[in-house]
Design a protein around this ligand. Structure first.
Ligand code: GLN
Length: 466
């Protein structure tokens, strides 16, 4: 599918539709929807901005490509004056004091935020069931989970309730729901887009990522949101991607895949056979496909969760009802903290805080946390070696198909293991894109750091090949 953004832009410029009617149509769809994708609608703000865009068009002024285009925002991003709940009880009534850099850049380009989207609370989850707003339902089959944690964002894009949505990806939260709902979802190179105003989960892997229906749109959004930001010291300046180059790139000649991802009992047989078929098709196109060695899934998952839990325990320590959150008063200050946090955090979030404080605590941190950091360094080195041999690594997005709603919450370990194919690339801080092709839950296309452009080019090539 070609760029939705360009298509709507042309309709606005040609006065075939008004911005107000476009926004109203999407708001109506969101309001009526039964997939639980909405935490709050930004109707007043959105309609006010739409009227301004219409006035500009009516007066003959030129409008930018993103001007008037409606989009969704995962409810972990600050948008000044709007509720930002992280789908939690604790922040149910919290109002953002400022706007996240990535969202501000989109708004500066004229895009219109219309909805704060349901997700797993604080990004903790792989199904969008860990939320006080009700489990998000998959776009293709409402009995199945939407994936997570950016489940509401993926469903909104898949159902055309938003033209694009902005999610957050710490260990797969954009890529996995994109795969479960058959849309594109990008986790850019770590630091390419500022994290300022994205509620911190695990700061060393948190990334802002767009979900959309075309590769061109992913490129446009990446360009708009990228750039160095003094408010996030991990950001860097990147070259904008040439959207035209997506179509006319030099062909990729070598592709790798991790054989232990595929030769594994945990992978669904359909996903495995579809992935093998992709490899055969690439070979028949004259592309060299190499088998690569990688860490086993259990090492990847335990390294990721050790670090993610440690970081989230630290990041969420500020949420004690004093400056943020629904405070529950008790006899003493200490009891007030305890009551506020134990009543207002979900079971999954508490599990992670307890686990995280354990791995960081004196007497355990050398054995657990520092060891995880050392393995993360080895994972990064492994990737550096791989990308001397191949341009692109392909992998399935998930080992399993989306489970039925309600079935996976009972077994947190199984849920953690379902992240086996996404978390490694997060630890490597690499750019990686889910495309809605190849297997039932999509295909993940990864390149070396800062080679986000090559991913988009190769994904475009794959459109007609697989
Ligand atoms: N499912 C993973 C987790 O729960 C990833 C979530 C995310 O990327 N926010 O940690």
């Amino acid at each position: 599918m070609e760029s939705q953004i360009q298509k709507l832009h042309q309709l606005l410029v040609d006065k075939k539709i008004s911005c107000k009617s476009l926004i109203q149509e999407k708001l109506n769809l969101l309001k009526k929807n039964t997939h639980n994708t909405v935490n709050s609608l930004l109707d007043d703000l959105a309609l006010e901005l739409a009227v301004k865009v219409d006035a500009k068009i009516a007066s003959g002024e030129t409008i930018g490509l993103l001007e008037g285009i409606p989009f969704g925002v995962k409810d972990v991003f600050m948008v000044q004056g709007t509720r930002t709940t992280a789908s939690s009880e604790l922040l149910r009534n919290y109002t953002s004091a400022y706007t996240a850099t990535a969202i501000q850049k989109l708004m500066d380009a004229g895009a219109i935020p219309i909805v704060k989207e349901n997700c797993d609370s604080f990004g903790h989850g792989s199904s969008s069931e860990n939320t006080v707003f009700g489990a998000v339902k998959n776009a293709t089959d409402p009995n199945l989970v939407a994936g997570g944690s950016s489940g509401g964002s993926a469903v909104n894009v898949a159902k055309d309730y938003t033209v694009f949505s902005i999610g957050g990806d710490t260990g797969g939260s954009v890529r996995q729901p994109a795969g479960y709902n058959k849309v594109y979802g990008l986790k850019p190179t770590y630091g390419r887009i500022s994290r300022y105003g994205l509620m911190a989960y695990a700061s060393s892997t948190d990334c802002v990522g767009p979900l959309a229906k075309s590769i061109e749109d992913i490129g446009i959004l990446l360009n708009t949101m990228s750039g160095q930001d003094p408010k996030d010291q991990t950001t860097y300046t990147s070259e904008p991607i040439s959207i035209d180059s997506i179509d006319n790139a030099d062909p990729v000649t070598s592709v790798g895949y991790f054989k232990n991802f595929i030769e594994n009992d945990a992978i669904d047989p359909t996903i495995k056979s579809e992935f093998i078929e992709v490899i055969e098709k690439l070979k028949s196109e004259g592309i060299e496909v190499k088998e690569l060695d990688f860490f086993d899934s259990e090492t990847l998952v335990s390294t990721y969760y050790t670090l993610a839990m440690g970081e989230t325990a630290s990041n969420l320590s500020r949420l004690d009802g004093t400056n943020y959150g629904n405070r529950i008063e008790a006899e003493s200050l200490k009891e007030t903290y305890a009551l506020t946090r134990s009543e207002n955090f979900s079971e999954e979030t508490k599990r992670r805080i307890v686990g995280g404080n354990q791995v960081l605590s004196q007497g355990f941190s050398d054995e657990i946390y520092l060891k995880a950091l050392a393995i993360r360094d080895q994972i990064k080195e492994n990737f550096e070696k791989d990308f001397k041999e191949v341009d692109i690594i392909i992998s399935p997005v998930t080992p399993i198909k989306p489970p039925i709603i309600g079935s996976s919450l009972k077994d947190p370990l199984a849920m953690y293991l379902s992240d086996a194919y996404t978390v490694g690339f997060s630890l490597g801080q690499l750019p990686t894109l889910t495309i809605p092709q190849g297997t039932v839950t999509g295909l993940q296309i990864t390149a070396a750091k800062d080679r986000d452009e090559v991913i988009l080019q190769f994904s475009n090539f794959l459109k007609d090949v697989i």
